[in-house]
Ligand binder design. Structure first.
Ligand SMILES: *[C@@H]1O[C@H](CO)[C@@H](O)[C@H](O)[C@H]1NC(C)=O
Ligand SMILES: *[C@@H]1O[C@H](CO)[C@@H](O)[C@H](O)[C@H]1NC(C)=O
Ligand SMILES: *[C@@H]1O[C@H](CO)[C@@H](O)[C@H](O)[C@H]1NC(C)=O
Ligand SMILES: *[C@@H]1O[C@H](CO)[C@@H](O)[C@H](O)[C@H]1NC(C)=O
Ligand SMILES: *[C@@H]1O[C@H](CO)[C@@H](O)[C@H](O)[C@H]1NC(C)=O
Ligand SMILES: *[C@@H]1O[C@H](CO)[C@@H](O)[C@H](O)[C@H]1NC(C)=O
Ligand SMILES: *[C@@H]1O[C@H](CO)[C@@H](O)[C@H](O)[C@H]1NC(C)=O
Ligand SMILES: *[C@@H]1O[C@H](CO)[C@@H](O)[C@H](O)[C@H]1NC(C)=O
Ligand SMILES: *[C@@H]1O[C@H](CO)[C@@H](O)[C@H](O)[C@H]1NC(C)=O
Ligand SMILES: *[C@@H]1O[C@H](CO)[C@@H](O)[C@H](O)[C@H]1NC(C)=O
Ligand SMILES: *[C@@H]1O[C@H](CO)[C@@H](O)[C@H](O)[C@H]1NC(C)=O
Ligand SMILES: *[C@@H]1O[C@H](CO)[C@@H](O)[C@H](O)[C@H]1NC(C)=O
Length: 779
């Protein structure tokens, strides 16, 4: 009884402190907080990590992991939060420390004298505002104008053209200290792009630009479809800014300028109680300029990323312990110049070439080395292709990046040189380098050959191959669109018979946002694409709103009807051939057409089978044909979600690798004969790709994965191969996924395939079907 009372009592107390505002005669101190009306955000004192300092900040109320979205007094922490107060004084929100002195203030200069009614309100979107009374909607001051490291939906990355003031994100100093760190994200209003800067002065990364026509950030110069964020770029007389909103306000998502120097986009998944990284830029930690400081070497493959060069130690070990590497490294033994010059040697390292070198006109390696030896300020030299480069200042931005490494010889005191040189790594590096180089060169040669070929074939006129139909004729051919073959997000397909008695599939398109001219251009592009594994477009009709495509009819319908049906069964050999044929069709779309085409919607429904069960990819080119609404339609369509690559969620550029992902997801279904989204019958309830990856990586019985209806009638080699390919295809990191041409070569046996790593987001997908991971659930 007493216990119950106590519970009720504490409930009342915590509720009564749930105001969303601070008024003129109130203050906030100690553990008190204010909470936005819908309880999304909470404001109060917090401390970061093990630090003993307190800051005023706001965080997500509904997110179980402390996640600070804004900090007021970044540079001026308080020690005792119970003796400190946040209150409104003369219309300003002011933070008073232990000795009652103002250490942070909103600093609004009023011309008005009546300031009693000014209050601070924490709004639902995480914006803390000052308003003149509760009925006012005008913000006198807002925290959105002074973001810390987080860009919330509705916030702005802005540049004021009148005052020159930039509204930017600045990383935290370290995970324990929200003071301003080295990295910032700001707007470049001239190029309409955003810049990530290092230490506010040195620009090192610029990424993305504003695509006026499609109203999106273009993050890479490829087709990009976005459906989760509504980005806009706004220019007024006074300022320019980027802002964004979420189409689905239920999603908790943020951009953050991280201490790692990467801009990250994270979304909270309730099911796993974790922030999930969907996208970061730069992708790789070591691409962040000078992440490891002077004489630090960045290695993507090891943790921590940074290590000092041999003969060097961290300048500040305590900073390094906090993962703040920016201070870099210093020599263990200082070099004494002059006659002691024989007391040091050179240590070769492999790195991408550091900036800020001087070129010396000498003719040999020995001379190059000697000029560095004789120059007191020289810290390193390299001699590549008869070019001698010398570094006099600090060696910055050293990173082991596999593509363009050179050997840099660093001057180190003899006593700090290792007694025995480790040659192994270098040799392996060299071999790998040589192989990579060879492959690159071969690729280039192939590309050139292909280009030349294309040039020879490219000019043949294909204008005549497409028939422009009259709508009335198509109505007649399809008996007024009565014999429906199937439907999808972009329109329904009907069977028809043309006057020459050939049978066709007629697709009536819906919601085409493309203009007439654009539509015809895209259609004629699709018309030129012909390949044995692609469904041929025979003609089209475009009369006002009536947009129709006419394709060859495929008597065996779509693959899903065969793969998942109870009364049809595809044997293993046929499944394998369909996998190969589909890969060929995609290779053609991706690499061999004049304008590369990303299909965007690879799934069994879009693989059609001709009379001989030869697969033909359907519906390619629709993305451009439909235009603006394509991505939203796609991502809201039931039956598509399970095949969509994670980058569709993140709103970054969609590349051909998104097709590779969908292909991989589909291949798993070839093996199991079931939809991945269907939970397995035997009660294991494991997402099939996850199960397959586990069996594959565990070296278990691979045929146990096979569709039970096949009674293990398949070759272990082929099932293993498809399984490996599928696992590679669904890697989270696009760069890790193979190109379709590689997939084709692997399936053809021309190329070997390694054991894939476990695709990380599979763990998320386990939740996705019980707990919609793809947030749109219209239908
Ligand atoms: C401030 O919060 C209190 C407690 O929730 C509420 O009663 C009051 O209406 C709020 N005042 C304003 C001006 O919003
Ligand atoms: C706060 O100030 C308002 C008017 O500004 C007044 O009506 C109210 O009584 C005050 N509340 C307290 C607790 O002093
Ligand atoms: C905080 O301190 C504890 C104990 O001193 C330690 O175990 C923990 O790793 C520290 N946490 C961080 C984030 O440094
Ligand atoms: C704290 O400072 C404010 C003005 O900054 C003053 O009005 C107030 O009386 C001071 N309070 C104490 C306890 O000194
Ligand atoms: C308010 O006025 C002070 C002194 O004139 C000035 O330093 C400060 O920048 C002004 N603040 C704003 C927000 O304009
Ligand atoms: C707030 O509104 C009141 C009445 O509408 C007005 O008298 C007062 O000057 C306003 N104060 C400010 C700071 O705008
Ligand atoms: C705010 O608006 C409501 C309704 O519009 C009105 O009843 C109330 O008196 C207003 N409050 C103030 C402080 O103006
Ligand atoms: C800023 O204003 C100047 C003139 O007022 C104009 O020439 C310039 O284009 C503007 N810049 C931007 C980015 O709007
Ligand atoms: C950042 O720049 C400031 C001034 O430009 C400089 O004093 C500081 O040392 C720099 N910090 C680092 C870590 O390079
Ligand atoms: C996207 O944002 C713009 C500008 O904020 C707005 O006008 C538009 O209605 C939004 N679109 C959708 C679909 O929410
Ligand atoms: C631009 O700034 C001027 C003052 O500098 C202000 O009067 C005007 O309202 C501002 N325009 C906009 C669109 O904010
Ligand atoms: C490059 O070297 C010059 C002269 O040694 C120096 O002033 C400059 O700061 C260096 N730049 C970088 C990025 O280290």
């Amino acid at each position: 009884m007493a216990f119950l009372l106590l519970v009720c009592f504490s409930l009342i107390i915590s509720m009564s402190s749930g105001a969303d505002n601070i008024t003129a005669n109130q203050s906030l101190s100690g553990d008190q907080t204010i909470i936005s009306k819908g309880e999304h955000f909470e404001l109060g004192f917090f401390k970061a990590g093990n630090s003993s300092n307190y800051y005023i900040g706001l965080w997500y109320k509904k997110v179980s992991e402390q996640t600070i979205a804004w900090v007021a007094n970044r540079a001026t922490p308080v020690k005792d939060r119970f003796k400190s107060e946040l209150k409104i004084i003369n219309g300003n929100l002011v933070l008073l420390d232990e000795s009652n002195s103002s250490i942070w203030s909103t600093d609004v200069n009023y011309t008005n004298s009546n300031l009693n009614s000014v209050i601070a309100i924490l709004l639902e979107d995480g914006n803390l505002v000052l308003r003149n009374g509760s009925n006012s909607t005008e913000n006198i001051w807002q925290s959105f104008d002074f973001p810390a490291h987080t860009w919330l939906p509705g916030g702005r990355i802005a540049y004021n053209n009148k005052t020159g003031r930039k509204q930017l994100l600045t990383s935290w100093k370290s995970n324990e200290d929200p003071a301003e760190g080295l990295f910032s994200l700001e707007l470049d209003p001239v190029e309409r792009q955003y810049l990530i800067k290092w230490n506010k002065t040195t620009q090192y990364w610029t990424s993305g630009s504003w695509d006026e026509q499609n109203k999106i950030f273009k993050l890479v110069p490829e087709m990009r479809l976005n459906y989760i964020y509504n980005f806009s770029y706004v220019t007024t007389d006074n300022e320019s800014y980027f802002t964004y909103s979420l189409y689905n306000p239920e999603i908790i998502s943020r951009f953050v300028m991280d201490v790692s120097g990467q801009i990250k986009q994270l979304s909270w998944l309730d099911a796993s109680q974790q922030w999930n990284l969907f996208w970061s830029q730069p992708r790789q930690q070591c691409e962040v300029y000078d992440f490891c400081g002077a004489f630090g070497l960045c290695r993507e493959s090891t943790l921590p990323f940074c290590n000092c060069l041999t003969g060097f130690i961290p300048k500040s070990q305590s900073d390094w312990n906090l993962n703040d590497f920016s201070g870099g490294c210093v020599r263990k033994t200082n070099l004494v110049c002059g006659r002691t010059s024989e007391k040091f040697g050179f240590l070769p390292i492999s790195s991408s070439k550091p900036q800020n070198f001087t070129s010396i006109p000498v003719g040999s390696l020995a001379e190059c080395e000697r000029s560095c030896l004789n120059d007191c300020s020289c810290n390193a030299y390299s001699y590549v292709n008869n070019n001698c480069s010398i570094w006099n200042g600090n060696l910055l931005d050293l990173s082991e990046d596999n593509s363009n490494e050179i050997t840099v010889n660093v001057k180190v005191a003899s006593r700090d040189l290792p007694s025995e040189k480790k040659n192994k790594g270098v040799i392996i590096g060299a071999v790998v380098g040589a192989v990579v180089g060879l492959v690159l060169i071969m690729g280039l040669v192939l590309l050139l050959i292909r280009r030349n070929k294309r040039r020879l074939v490219g000019k043949t006129s294909v204008e005549g191959t497409l028939i422009s139909f009259v709508y009335r004729d198509l109505q007649a051919a399809t008996k007024n669109f009565s014999d429906k073959l199937g439907g999808g997000g972009f329109g329904s397909v009907f069977k028809g018979t043309l006057s020459d008695s050939s049978i066709v599939a007629v697709k009536k398109l819906e919601s085409v946002s493309q203009g007439e001219k654009q539509f015809r251009t895209e259609v004629s592009t699709i018309g030129t694409i012909q390949h044995v594994n692609l469904v041929r477009l025979r003609g089209f009709c475009s009369e006002g709103k009536n947009k129709v495509l006419v394709y060859d009819y495929m008597p065996n319908g779509s693959l899903d009807a065969h793969l998942f049906s109870v009364d049809k069964l595809l044997d293993w050999k046929t499944r394998y051939q369909i996998a190969v044929g589909t890969a060929r069709g995609l290779v053609y779309l991706h690499e061999k057409c004049r304008d590369c085409i990303i299909h965007c919607d690879i799934k069994p429904e879009n693989i059609l089978l001709d009379g001989d069960l030869c697969p033909k990819v359907a519906d390619f080119g629709l993305a451009k044909l439909i235009g603006r609404d394509f991505s939203r339609a796609l991502t809201t369509m039931r039956g598509t979600r399970g095949y969509l690559a994670p980058e569709w969620l993140s709103g970054v550029a969609i590349t051909m690798k998104a097709d590779v992902y969908s292909y991989g997801m589909m291949i798993f279904e070839f093996i199991s004969g079931k939809r991945n989204s269907e939970q397995s019958q035997d009660g294991k309830k494991q997402f099939f790709p996850m199960q397959a990856a586990n069996v594959l990586l565990g070296g278990d019985d691979i045929l146990s994965l096979l569709d039970p209806r096949l009674h293990r009638e398949a070759t272990v080699e082929e099932v293993t191969k498809l399984c490996k390919v599928a696992c590679w295809c669904i890697q989270d990191d696009e760069d890790r996924r193979p190109a379709m041409s590689q997939v084709e070569q692997i399936l053809d046996g021309v190329l070997d395939v390694n054991m894939p790593p476990m695709p990380q987001s599979l763990k998320l997908f386990v939740f996705s079907f019980t707990h919609p991971f793809f947030f749109f659930s219209t239908e």
